[in-house]
Design a binder for this molecule. Structure first.
Ligand code: SAH
Ligand code: SF4
Ligand code: F3S
Length: 441
Protein backbone atom coordinates (compact mmCIF):
# COMPACT_ATOMS: atom_id res chain seq x y z
CA UNK A 1 0.00 0.00 0.00
CA UNK A 2 1.17 3.52 -0.77
CA UNK A 3 1.45 5.99 2.08
CA UNK A 4 -0.06 9.47 2.35
CA UNK A 5 0.59 12.29 4.78
CA UNK A 6 -1.61 15.40 4.99
CA UNK A 7 -0.42 18.48 6.88
CA UNK A 8 -3.56 20.31 8.01
CA UNK A 9 -3.04 24.01 8.67
CA UNK A 10 -6.44 25.63 9.06
CA UNK A 11 -9.68 25.73 11.00
CA UNK A 12 -12.02 22.87 11.88
CA UNK A 13 -13.56 23.06 8.42
CA UNK A 14 -10.12 22.52 6.94
CA UNK A 15 -9.53 19.60 9.36
CA UNK A 16 -12.85 18.13 8.34
CA UNK A 17 -11.78 18.32 4.67
CA UNK A 18 -8.57 16.46 5.56
CA UNK A 19 -10.60 13.71 7.23
CA UNK A 20 -12.63 13.40 4.04
CA UNK A 21 -9.54 13.39 1.83
CA UNK A 22 -7.89 10.66 3.94
CA UNK A 23 -11.13 8.71 3.61
CA UNK A 24 -11.20 9.00 -0.18
CA UNK A 25 -7.53 8.07 -0.44
CA UNK A 26 -7.90 5.01 1.76
CA UNK A 27 -10.58 3.71 -0.62
CA UNK A 28 -8.02 4.32 -3.32
CA UNK A 29 -5.20 2.24 -1.89
CA UNK A 30 -3.41 4.83 0.25
CA UNK A 31 -2.69 4.36 3.92
CA UNK A 32 -2.23 7.28 6.31
CA UNK A 33 1.21 7.78 7.82
CA UNK A 34 2.15 10.17 10.60
CA UNK A 35 5.70 10.42 9.22
CA UNK A 36 5.99 12.71 6.19
CA UNK A 37 9.42 11.25 5.31
CA UNK A 38 7.83 7.85 4.69
CA UNK A 39 5.03 9.13 2.46
CA UNK A 40 4.63 8.52 -1.28
CA UNK A 41 2.06 11.29 -1.42
CA UNK A 42 2.43 14.52 0.58
CA UNK A 43 -0.42 16.98 0.77
CA UNK A 44 -0.72 20.30 2.55
CA UNK A 45 -4.22 21.53 3.37
CA UNK A 46 -3.64 25.27 3.56
CA UNK A 47 -5.27 28.21 5.35
CA UNK A 48 -5.19 31.81 4.14
CA UNK A 49 -6.89 33.58 7.02
CA UNK A 50 -3.65 35.48 7.78
CA UNK A 51 -0.44 36.04 5.82
CA UNK A 52 1.48 33.99 8.37
CA UNK A 53 -0.58 30.85 7.73
CA UNK A 54 -0.13 31.26 3.97
CA UNK A 55 3.65 31.72 4.35
CA UNK A 56 3.87 28.56 6.46
CA UNK A 57 2.34 26.57 3.62
CA UNK A 58 4.92 27.85 1.11
CA UNK A 59 7.85 27.09 3.35
CA UNK A 60 6.56 23.58 4.00
CA UNK A 61 6.25 22.70 0.31
CA UNK A 62 9.67 24.28 -0.22
CA UNK A 63 11.05 21.65 2.12
CA UNK A 64 9.09 18.86 0.45
CA UNK A 65 10.34 20.04 -2.94
CA UNK A 66 13.91 19.40 -1.73
CA UNK A 67 12.98 15.86 -0.67
CA UNK A 68 11.67 15.24 -4.17
CA UNK A 69 15.16 15.72 -5.62
CA UNK A 70 16.28 12.48 -3.99
CA UNK A 71 12.90 10.75 -4.26
CA UNK A 72 11.58 11.50 -7.76
CA UNK A 73 8.44 9.34 -7.38
CA UNK A 74 7.22 11.48 -4.50
CA UNK A 75 3.97 13.28 -5.32
CA UNK A 76 3.08 16.64 -3.79
CA UNK A 77 -0.40 18.18 -3.54
CA UNK A 78 -1.24 21.77 -2.58
CA UNK A 79 -4.82 21.94 -1.28
CA UNK A 80 -7.25 24.07 0.70
CA UNK A 81 -7.93 27.80 0.97
CA UNK A 82 -4.67 29.16 -0.47
CA UNK A 83 -5.01 26.71 -3.37
CA UNK A 84 -8.56 27.88 -4.05
CA UNK A 85 -7.30 31.45 -4.39
CA UNK A 86 -4.00 31.00 -6.14
CA UNK A 87 -4.83 28.03 -8.41
CA UNK A 88 -2.29 27.68 -11.27
CA UNK A 89 -0.02 30.37 -9.80
CA UNK A 90 1.19 27.69 -7.39
CA UNK A 91 2.89 25.80 -10.25
CA UNK A 92 4.85 28.95 -11.16
CA UNK A 93 5.98 29.35 -7.59
CA UNK A 94 6.74 25.66 -7.00
CA UNK A 95 7.15 23.60 -10.17
CA UNK A 96 7.59 20.39 -8.18
CA UNK A 97 3.94 20.46 -7.07
CA UNK A 98 1.92 17.74 -8.85
CA UNK A 99 -1.56 18.99 -8.14
CA UNK A 100 -3.40 22.02 -6.82
CA UNK A 101 -6.80 21.32 -5.31
CA UNK A 102 -9.16 24.04 -4.09
CA UNK A 103 -11.82 23.74 -1.42
CA UNK A 104 -14.72 23.33 -3.85
CA UNK A 105 -13.48 20.23 -5.62
CA UNK A 106 -12.13 17.94 -2.92
CA UNK A 107 -14.39 15.17 -4.19
CA UNK A 108 -12.34 15.02 -7.41
CA UNK A 109 -9.36 13.78 -5.41
CA UNK A 110 -9.52 10.12 -6.61
CA UNK A 111 -9.61 11.30 -10.26
CA UNK A 112 -6.69 13.65 -9.62
CA UNK A 113 -4.57 10.89 -8.08
CA UNK A 114 -5.17 8.71 -11.12
CA UNK A 115 -3.98 11.51 -13.40
CA UNK A 116 -0.88 12.49 -11.42
CA UNK A 117 0.18 8.85 -11.20
CA UNK A 118 0.14 8.90 -15.02
CA UNK A 119 2.49 11.88 -14.94
CA UNK A 120 -0.01 14.70 -15.48
CA UNK A 121 -0.07 17.96 -13.55
CA UNK A 122 -3.57 18.84 -12.38
CA UNK A 123 -5.26 22.01 -11.11
CA UNK A 124 -8.85 21.71 -9.83
CA UNK A 125 -9.90 25.04 -8.41
CA UNK A 126 -13.16 26.05 -10.07
CA UNK A 127 -15.85 27.44 -7.84
CA UNK A 128 -18.84 25.13 -7.93
CA UNK A 129 -21.04 26.89 -5.40
CA UNK A 130 -23.00 23.68 -4.93
CA UNK A 131 -23.57 21.52 -1.93
CA UNK A 132 -21.40 18.52 -2.52
CA UNK A 133 -23.72 15.74 -1.58
CA UNK A 134 -21.39 13.03 -0.53
CA UNK A 135 -24.08 10.39 -1.06
CA UNK A 136 -22.95 10.49 -4.67
CA UNK A 137 -19.33 9.63 -3.83
CA UNK A 138 -18.12 6.45 -2.25
CA UNK A 139 -15.83 7.22 0.64
CA UNK A 140 -15.60 6.82 4.37
CA UNK A 141 -14.60 9.74 6.52
CA UNK A 142 -11.38 8.91 8.30
CA UNK A 143 -11.93 10.94 11.45
CA UNK A 144 -9.08 11.88 13.78
CA UNK A 145 -9.25 9.59 16.81
CA UNK A 146 -11.01 11.65 19.47
CA UNK A 147 -14.27 11.75 21.41
CA UNK A 148 -15.53 14.65 19.31
CA UNK A 149 -16.70 14.41 15.70
CA UNK A 150 -16.78 17.64 13.68
CA UNK A 151 -19.57 17.68 11.14
CA UNK A 152 -19.91 20.54 8.63
CA UNK A 153 -23.49 21.65 8.09
CA UNK A 154 -22.86 24.74 5.98
CA UNK A 155 -20.06 25.60 3.58
CA UNK A 156 -18.97 29.11 2.63
CA UNK A 157 -20.05 32.56 3.71
CA UNK A 158 -22.08 35.45 2.31
CA UNK A 159 -21.08 38.11 4.80
CA UNK A 160 -17.98 39.66 3.22
CA UNK A 161 -16.57 41.20 6.37
CA UNK A 162 -14.08 43.68 4.96
CA UNK A 163 -11.01 41.96 6.47
CA UNK A 164 -11.89 38.36 5.68
CA UNK A 165 -10.78 36.02 2.91
CA UNK A 166 -13.22 33.19 3.66
CA UNK A 167 -15.98 34.21 1.20
CA UNK A 168 -13.30 34.10 -1.53
CA UNK A 169 -11.84 30.76 -0.52
CA UNK A 170 -15.04 28.94 0.39
CA UNK A 171 -17.61 30.55 -1.89
CA UNK A 172 -21.23 31.39 -1.15
CA UNK A 173 -23.06 29.82 1.72
CA UNK A 174 -24.52 26.37 1.01
CA UNK A 175 -26.38 24.27 3.58
CA UNK A 176 -25.92 20.53 3.49
CA UNK A 177 -29.09 18.46 3.42
CA UNK A 178 -30.47 17.32 6.80
CA UNK A 179 -30.50 13.68 5.63
CA UNK A 180 -26.80 13.76 4.76
CA UNK A 181 -25.92 15.37 8.07
CA UNK A 182 -28.03 12.95 10.11
CA UNK A 183 -26.39 10.00 8.38
CA UNK A 184 -22.95 11.37 9.27
CA UNK A 185 -24.03 11.97 12.86
CA UNK A 186 -25.38 8.41 13.19
CA UNK A 187 -22.20 6.94 11.67
CA UNK A 188 -20.07 8.95 14.10
CA UNK A 189 -22.16 7.85 17.09
CA UNK A 190 -22.05 4.22 15.93
CA UNK A 191 -18.28 4.35 15.76
CA UNK A 192 -18.07 5.59 19.35
CA UNK A 193 -17.93 9.39 19.20
CA UNK A 194 -19.50 11.01 22.26
CA UNK A 195 -19.74 14.58 21.12
CA UNK A 196 -21.02 16.02 17.83
CA UNK A 197 -19.96 19.53 16.86
CA UNK A 198 -21.91 21.02 13.98
CA UNK A 199 -19.69 23.28 11.94
CA UNK A 200 -20.18 26.32 9.76
CA UNK A 201 -18.78 29.81 9.21
CA UNK A 202 -22.23 30.99 10.33
CA UNK A 203 -23.82 27.93 11.72
CA UNK A 204 -26.94 29.80 12.80
CA UNK A 205 -27.84 30.74 9.24
CA UNK A 206 -28.15 27.04 8.41
CA UNK A 207 -31.07 26.38 6.08
CA UNK A 208 -31.58 29.99 4.93
CA UNK A 209 -30.73 28.88 1.39
CA UNK A 210 -33.20 25.97 1.21
CA UNK A 211 -35.85 26.79 -1.35
CA UNK A 212 -37.97 23.68 -0.90
CA UNK A 213 -38.31 23.56 2.88
CA UNK A 214 -38.42 25.58 6.05
CA UNK A 215 -35.73 23.85 8.07
CA UNK A 216 -33.27 25.68 10.29
CA UNK A 217 -30.56 24.91 12.86
CA UNK A 218 -33.15 24.51 15.66
CA UNK A 219 -34.89 21.79 13.60
CA UNK A 220 -31.63 19.98 12.98
CA UNK A 221 -30.72 20.14 16.67
CA UNK A 222 -34.09 18.60 17.56
CA UNK A 223 -33.59 15.69 15.17
CA UNK A 224 -30.06 15.00 16.39
CA UNK A 225 -31.08 15.34 20.03
CA UNK A 226 -33.75 12.67 19.49
CA UNK A 227 -31.14 10.06 18.47
CA UNK A 228 -30.56 7.38 21.05
CA UNK A 229 -27.61 7.18 23.41
CA UNK A 230 -25.66 9.49 25.68
CA UNK A 231 -23.76 12.13 23.75
CA UNK A 232 -23.35 15.90 23.55
CA UNK A 233 -24.15 18.36 20.79
CA UNK A 234 -22.33 21.64 20.11
CA UNK A 235 -22.47 24.10 17.20
CA UNK A 236 -19.91 26.70 16.03
CA UNK A 237 -19.55 29.49 14.83
CA UNK A 238 -22.55 31.73 15.55
CA UNK A 239 -22.97 35.11 13.87
CA UNK A 240 -24.37 37.44 16.57
CA UNK A 241 -27.45 38.71 14.76
CA UNK A 242 -28.40 35.29 13.35
CA UNK A 243 -28.98 33.81 16.81
CA UNK A 244 -32.76 33.73 17.11
CA UNK A 245 -34.74 33.44 20.34
CA UNK A 246 -36.08 30.16 19.01
CA UNK A 247 -32.54 28.83 18.66
CA UNK A 248 -31.62 29.84 22.21
CA UNK A 249 -34.84 28.33 23.59
CA UNK A 250 -34.29 25.11 21.65
CA UNK A 251 -30.71 24.90 22.89
CA UNK A 252 -31.96 25.24 26.48
CA UNK A 253 -34.74 22.69 26.09
CA UNK A 254 -32.71 19.96 24.41
CA UNK A 255 -30.83 17.91 26.98
CA UNK A 256 -27.88 17.02 24.72
CA UNK A 257 -27.18 20.54 23.47
CA UNK A 258 -24.42 22.09 25.57
CA UNK A 259 -24.37 25.51 27.23
CA UNK A 260 -21.80 26.98 24.91
CA UNK A 261 -21.91 29.75 22.27
CA UNK A 262 -18.96 30.90 20.18
CA UNK A 263 -19.96 34.36 18.95
CA UNK A 264 -17.10 36.41 17.48
CA UNK A 265 -17.48 40.11 18.24
CA UNK A 266 -14.29 41.18 16.35
CA UNK A 267 -14.26 44.68 17.86
CA UNK A 268 -15.94 46.41 20.79
CA UNK A 269 -16.24 49.69 18.90
CA UNK A 270 -19.33 50.46 16.82
CA UNK A 271 -17.48 52.51 14.18
CA UNK A 272 -14.85 49.81 13.70
CA UNK A 273 -17.63 47.21 13.44
CA UNK A 274 -19.22 49.31 10.72
CA UNK A 275 -15.93 49.53 8.82
CA UNK A 276 -15.61 45.76 9.21
CA UNK A 277 -19.08 45.37 7.64
CA UNK A 278 -20.35 43.48 10.67
CA UNK A 279 -24.13 43.79 10.90
CA UNK A 280 -24.34 44.88 14.57
CA UNK A 281 -22.93 47.54 16.85
CA UNK A 282 -21.50 47.36 20.36
CA UNK A 283 -24.93 47.79 21.99
CA UNK A 284 -26.56 45.11 19.86
CA UNK A 285 -23.84 42.58 20.69
CA UNK A 286 -24.23 43.35 24.40
CA UNK A 287 -27.97 42.87 24.08
CA UNK A 288 -27.55 39.46 22.44
CA UNK A 289 -24.85 38.22 24.81
CA UNK A 290 -26.79 39.39 27.88
CA UNK A 291 -29.96 37.73 26.61
CA UNK A 292 -28.11 34.44 26.19
CA UNK A 293 -26.60 34.76 29.68
CA UNK A 294 -30.10 35.24 31.10
CA UNK A 295 -31.72 32.41 29.17
CA UNK A 296 -28.97 29.80 29.43
CA UNK A 297 -27.75 28.99 32.96
CA UNK A 298 -23.95 28.58 33.28
CA UNK A 299 -23.46 29.41 29.61
CA UNK A 300 -19.95 29.92 28.29
CA UNK A 301 -19.65 32.65 25.66
CA UNK A 302 -16.44 32.80 23.68
CA UNK A 303 -15.42 35.25 21.00
CA UNK A 304 -12.82 36.33 18.43
CA UNK A 305 -11.19 39.77 18.28
CA UNK A 306 -8.90 41.54 15.83
CA UNK A 307 -6.38 44.13 17.05
CA UNK A 308 -5.19 46.93 14.77
CA UNK A 309 -7.88 46.93 12.08
CA UNK A 310 -7.09 49.72 9.55
CA UNK A 311 -7.88 53.09 11.09
CA UNK A 312 -8.45 51.73 14.61
CA UNK A 313 -7.63 54.48 17.15
CA UNK A 314 -6.31 53.86 20.65
CA UNK A 315 -9.70 54.88 22.01
CA UNK A 316 -11.51 52.46 19.72
CA UNK A 317 -9.13 49.70 20.74
CA UNK A 318 -9.91 50.45 24.39
CA UNK A 319 -13.57 49.86 23.58
CA UNK A 320 -12.58 46.33 22.61
CA UNK A 321 -10.78 45.81 25.92
CA UNK A 322 -13.74 47.15 27.87
CA UNK A 323 -16.23 45.03 25.92
CA UNK A 324 -14.25 41.90 26.73
CA UNK A 325 -14.25 42.85 30.40
CA UNK A 326 -17.84 44.08 30.72
CA UNK A 327 -19.26 41.13 28.83
CA UNK A 328 -17.24 38.84 31.10
CA UNK A 329 -16.32 36.79 28.05
CA UNK A 330 -15.12 33.35 29.03
CA UNK A 331 -12.42 33.06 26.37
CA UNK A 332 -11.44 34.81 23.14
CA UNK A 333 -9.31 34.00 20.12
CA UNK A 334 -7.21 37.04 19.30
CA UNK A 335 -5.23 38.14 16.26
CA UNK A 336 -3.47 41.15 14.83
CA UNK A 337 -5.07 42.38 11.60
CA UNK A 338 -3.43 40.88 8.52
CA UNK A 339 -4.27 42.39 5.10
CA UNK A 340 -5.69 39.81 2.69
CA UNK A 341 -5.56 40.21 -1.06
CA UNK A 342 -8.96 40.94 -2.68
CA UNK A 343 -10.63 42.02 0.55
CA UNK A 344 -11.98 45.57 0.91
CA UNK A 345 -9.99 46.60 4.00
CA UNK A 346 -6.69 45.54 2.42
CA UNK A 347 -7.08 48.49 0.02
CA UNK A 348 -7.06 51.02 2.90
CA UNK A 349 -3.27 51.12 2.92
CA UNK A 350 -3.13 54.70 4.19
CA UNK A 351 -5.05 53.58 7.30
CA UNK A 352 -2.87 50.58 8.13
CA UNK A 353 -1.74 50.49 11.75
CA UNK A 354 2.02 50.20 12.37
CA UNK A 355 3.23 46.69 13.11
CA UNK A 356 4.62 47.62 16.52
CA UNK A 357 1.32 49.25 17.54
CA UNK A 358 -0.57 46.14 16.40
CA UNK A 359 1.78 43.91 18.35
CA UNK A 360 1.41 46.02 21.46
CA UNK A 361 -2.39 46.08 21.19
CA UNK A 362 -2.48 42.32 20.66
CA UNK A 363 -0.43 41.86 23.84
CA UNK A 364 -2.93 43.99 25.82
CA UNK A 365 -5.81 42.05 24.27
CA UNK A 366 -4.20 38.79 25.34
CA UNK A 367 -3.67 40.12 28.85
CA UNK A 368 -7.35 41.07 29.13
CA UNK A 369 -8.28 37.64 27.75
CA UNK A 370 -6.18 35.94 30.45
CA UNK A 371 -7.93 37.97 33.14
CA UNK A 372 -11.36 37.13 31.72
CA UNK A 373 -10.54 33.41 31.52
CA UNK A 374 -9.30 33.25 35.09
CA UNK A 375 -12.32 35.17 36.42
CA UNK A 376 -14.63 32.90 34.44
CA UNK A 377 -12.94 29.73 35.73
CA UNK A 378 -13.00 30.91 39.35
CA UNK A 379 -16.81 31.00 39.26
CA UNK A 380 -16.92 27.22 39.06
CA UNK A 381 -14.72 26.28 42.00
CA UNK A 382 -16.72 24.15 44.44
CA UNK A 383 -19.29 23.13 41.84
CA UNK A 384 -20.15 19.59 40.74
CA UNK A 385 -19.91 19.21 36.98
CA UNK A 386 -20.12 16.48 34.35
CA UNK A 387 -16.88 16.00 32.43
CA UNK A 388 -16.46 14.07 29.19
CA UNK A 389 -12.94 12.66 29.35
CA UNK A 390 -10.81 13.25 26.24
CA UNK A 391 -7.27 12.42 27.38
CA UNK A 392 -5.11 10.31 29.64
CA UNK A 393 -1.56 11.52 30.17
CA UNK A 394 1.37 11.30 32.49
CA UNK A 395 2.45 14.74 33.76
CA UNK A 396 5.76 14.65 35.65
CA UNK A 397 5.16 11.17 36.99
CA UNK A 398 1.49 11.80 37.80
CA UNK A 399 -1.39 10.27 35.84
CA UNK A 400 -3.94 12.87 34.77
CA UNK A 401 -7.17 12.60 32.84
CA UNK A 402 -8.67 15.68 31.23
CA UNK A 403 -11.84 16.59 29.45
CA UNK A 404 -14.52 19.22 29.10
CA UNK A 405 -17.61 20.22 30.98
CA UNK A 406 -20.85 20.81 29.09
CA UNK A 407 -19.98 24.51 29.02
CA UNK A 408 -16.64 23.71 27.42
CA UNK A 409 -14.34 24.27 30.42
CA UNK A 410 -11.24 22.08 30.43
CA UNK A 411 -10.83 20.07 33.66
CA UNK A 412 -7.71 18.17 34.78
CA UNK A 413 -8.20 15.33 37.26
CA UNK A 414 -5.62 13.10 38.97
CA UNK A 415 -6.57 9.55 38.04
CA UNK A 416 -4.65 6.35 37.32
CA UNK A 417 -7.26 4.88 35.01
CA UNK A 418 -7.74 5.87 31.39
CA UNK A 419 -11.39 6.97 31.32
CA UNK A 420 -11.29 8.47 27.81
CA UNK A 421 -14.77 8.60 26.32
CA UNK A 422 -16.56 8.38 29.67
CA UNK A 423 -18.84 10.93 31.31
CA UNK A 424 -17.87 11.39 34.95
CA UNK A 425 -19.10 13.63 37.74
CA UNK A 426 -16.40 15.82 39.17
CA UNK A 427 -16.07 18.28 42.02
CA UNK A 428 -14.16 21.37 40.86
CA UNK A 429 -11.35 22.00 43.34
CA UNK A 430 -9.33 24.76 41.73
CA UNK A 431 -8.96 27.15 38.82
CA UNK A 432 -6.03 28.16 36.66
CA UNK A 433 -6.10 30.58 33.71
CA UNK A 434 -6.73 27.98 31.03
CA UNK A 435 -8.26 25.09 32.96
CA UNK A 436 -9.96 23.86 36.11
CA UNK A 437 -8.83 21.09 38.42
CA UNK A 438 -11.20 18.61 39.94
CA UNK A 439 -11.62 15.29 41.68
CA UNK A 440 -13.89 12.40 40.82
CA UNK A 441 -17.01 12.17 42.99
N1 SAH B 1 -17.16 33.10 10.57
C1 SAH B 1 -16.55 33.53 11.76
C2 SAH B 1 -15.04 33.71 11.65
C3 SAH B 1 -14.24 32.85 10.76
S1 SAH B 1 -12.57 33.34 10.51
C4 SAH B 1 -17.16 34.88 12.14
O1 SAH B 1 -17.83 35.50 11.38
O2 SAH B 1 -16.93 35.36 13.20
C5 SAH B 1 -11.90 33.13 12.14
C6 SAH B 1 -11.37 34.36 12.76
O3 SAH B 1 -10.20 34.79 12.12
C7 SAH B 1 -12.27 35.57 12.69
O4 SAH B 1 -13.24 35.54 13.67
C8 SAH B 1 -11.32 36.73 12.84
O5 SAH B 1 -11.21 37.13 14.19
C9 SAH B 1 -10.00 36.16 12.35
N2 SAH B 1 -9.63 36.81 11.09
C10 SAH B 1 -10.25 36.73 9.91
N3 SAH B 1 -9.64 37.47 8.98
C11 SAH B 1 -8.59 38.06 9.59
C12 SAH B 1 -7.57 38.97 9.17
N4 SAH B 1 -7.53 39.44 7.92
N5 SAH B 1 -6.64 39.36 10.07
C13 SAH B 1 -6.70 38.91 11.34
N6 SAH B 1 -7.62 38.06 11.79
C14 SAH B 1 -8.57 37.64 10.93
FE1 SF4 C 1 -15.27 35.85 7.44
FE2 SF4 C 1 -17.16 37.48 8.21
FE3 SF4 C 1 -17.79 35.28 6.87
FE4 SF4 C 1 -16.92 35.12 9.37
S1 SF4 C 1 -18.81 36.09 8.69
S2 SF4 C 1 -16.25 33.88 7.64
S3 SF4 C 1 -15.44 36.77 9.47
S4 SF4 C 1 -16.64 37.02 6.08
FE1 F3S D 1 -10.54 27.87 7.58
FE2 F3S D 1 -8.34 29.18 7.08
FE3 F3S D 1 -9.88 28.47 5.11
S1 F3S D 1 -9.70 29.55 8.73
S2 F3S D 1 -11.92 28.40 5.94
S3 F3S D 1 -8.78 27.12 6.49
S4 F3S D 1 -8.84 30.39 5.28
Amino acid sequence: MKKVYIETMGCQMNKSDSERMYGMLSNFGYEETSEPKKADLLMVNTCSIRQLSEDKAYSLIGLWGKWKKTKPDLKIGFCGCVAQQKAKEIFKRANYVDFVLGTHKIYSLPEIIKKINEGEKVCECEETHQTEDNEAIKYDIQRVKSVNAWIPITEGCNNFCTYCIVPYTRGRERSRLPGTILKEVKDALNSGFKEITLLGQNVDSYGKDFKDRNYRLADLLKEINALEGKFRIRFVTSYPTDITDELIKTAVELDKVCEYFHIPMQSGDSDVLKAMNRRYDREKYFEIANKIRKMVPDVTITSDFIAGFPGETEEQFQNTLSAMEELELDYSNTAAYSPREKTVAAKWVDKYIDEDVKTERLARLNEQNRKCCLASNQKFVGREMEVLIENFENHNGKNVISGRTRNNKIVHIDCDKDLTGEFINVKITGSKTWYLTGKIL
